[in-house]
Write a protein that binds this ligand. Structure first.
Ligand code: TRP
Length: 433
């Protein structure tokens, strides 16, 4: 297996692919509204500190495990210790559940691209969104369409599919984001939006914000389910892990902040609520676009941008389970892609319908869609991250040597990984549950 395993064709491709995985709905849809709900600048500071000093450790762990074992998530843990195989499968379970709500949003994005392209702009996006998401046929059809569009790339392979998709979509994405951010800063009340983002009001600080910031940080960096083990396993031998991790963090954060710069000035200029929540992107923003001189132009650019962000992340999510199915069931990449797609299709249909006919079907007081989001982001990702750190720190001999050659960095890494991370993550998890 190992010999003919695919490899990124260059270091730049590897970085673009990991950035493509990290930058997704988490940055553009989730980050602005979570920041809006949690007091703006103070949340941003908490989040930056957590990312730079805490989350970078599990990030390095995943990449290093991938680089060390050069195999999929399940086999990597099996090689560390055969008893850990179940944990690999727990990661795969997580990675199979995330797309089941993620791709529902992907379907909504496709629908919005269509509305703006075809000039079918509704009177009120609030009413429109509620009635559209409650339908049966169209939302399900578009969720499945998004699933198929995503699956095409891993189906075609690492270099021909995944790498190419990222190399083409990510630069276009970045360009569109910059154009929209510049447009946003030119709006009349832009300064208010920027103040909200960058001028901290420390009275807003509270404990539950730390947990929210941590969950968001793990989600946006794609940590906690082996996606980076899988992408790391395709990297070249001489790749520097810490440098790659900080490059990834830099771009992911830059893009999240740019997404904020694109959204908050518009929100404040048009007198909207920054804390509007999940509906910010699907109700408030389109409402504003429809009032601009060229509604279709802005709407189309924004939703295509969102589409690229979502699909490059979706690819990494699917690739993680596809790679594990290939290696563990000894099937071809094509077969594996089809099986994974069918599983996701089955679970994502009830998630799509949970805004309509299934809205009264509740698990733990949540609709099926919300339950999937909650169970994966708030429970499975932090638990998996903790286990990955514990396994890497305590069960792989001299793991720190995999991460860097610098003796001092090795020592710091070792202590943080073995003691500080569990000390932080365990209370956060207990408090969160
Ligand atoms: N990071 C992506 C986002 O911000 C989502 C994502 C892709 C993800 N791969 C992941 C989240 C792996 C957790 C784990 O939208």
């Amino acid at each position: 297996m190992e010999k003919d395993r695919a490899q990124w064709s260059s270091h730049v491709s590897f970085i673009i692919a990991t950035v493509g995985s990290a930058v997704g709905l988490g940055n553009i849809w989730r980050f602005p509204y979570i920041m809006g709900k949690n007091g703006g600048a103070v949340f941003l500071i908490t989040y930056l500190l957590l990312i730079a000093f805490i989350c970078v450790i599990p990030l390095c762990c995943e990449l290093a495990i991938g680089k060390l074992f050069k195999t999929d998530t399940v086999n990597a843990f099996k090689l560390i210790n055969p008893h850990f195989k179940w944990f690999g499968w727990l990661c795969i379970l997580t990675v199979l559940l995330i797309p089941c709500f993620y791709f529902v949003v992907g379907g909504w994005i496709l629908n919005y691209i269509w509305i703006f392209l075809a000039h079918h702009i509704p009177q009120s996006f609030g009413d429109y969104f509620t009635s559209y998401s409650a339908q049966i046929f169209m939302p399900c059809f578009l969720t499945l369409t998004f699933l198929i569009m995503t699956a095409i790339f891993p189906y075609r392979g690492v270099n021909n599919g995944i790498e190419k998709a990222n190399n083409i979509m990510m630069p276009i994405f970045a360009l569109m984001l910059i154009v929209l951010a510049i447009f946003a800063i030119m709006q009349p009340n832009a300064v208010k939006g920027l103040e909200f983002m960058f001028k901290p009001d420390f009275s807003q600080f509270n404990k539950s914000m730390i947990l929210t910031a941590l969950g968001q940080a793990l989600f946006t960096l794609s940590i906690g389910m082996g996606a980076l083990i899988t992408y790391g396993s395709y990297m070249k031998k001489d790749t520097n892990i810490i440098k790659s991790a900080y490059t990834l963090i830099f771009f992911d954060t830059l893009i999240a902040v740019l997404a904020g710069v694109m959204i908050f000035p518009i929100v404040f200029s048009f007198g909207l609520e920054p804390a509007a929540g999940a509906s910010l992107v699907f109700i408030s923003l389109p409402e504003i676009f429809s009032k601009l001189p060229y509604p279709s132009l802005f709407g189309v650019i924004f939703f295509i941008l969102l589409f690229f962000a979502a699909i490059t992340s979706g690819i990494s999510i699917m690739e993680t389970s596809i790679a594990s199915f290939i290696e563990n069931f000894h099937i071809s990449r094509k077969k594996s892609t089809i099986i994974v797609s069918i599983i996701i299709a089955f679970i994502s249909i009830p998630a799509t319908l949970s805004f309509g006919i299934l809205k009264d079907f509740k698990i733990l007081n949540r609709t099926f869609f919300d339950f999937l989001d909650y169970a994966t982001s708030n429970i499975l990702l932090p638990i998996n991250t903790l286990i990955i750190c514990l396994i890497a720190g305590w069960c792989i001999k001299s793991f720190y040597k995999q991460v860097t050659d610098n003796i001092w960095l090795q020592r710091i890494f070792n202590i943080v990984l073995k003691f500080i991370i569990p000390l932080i993550l365990i209370p956060v998890l207990i408090y969160g549950l």
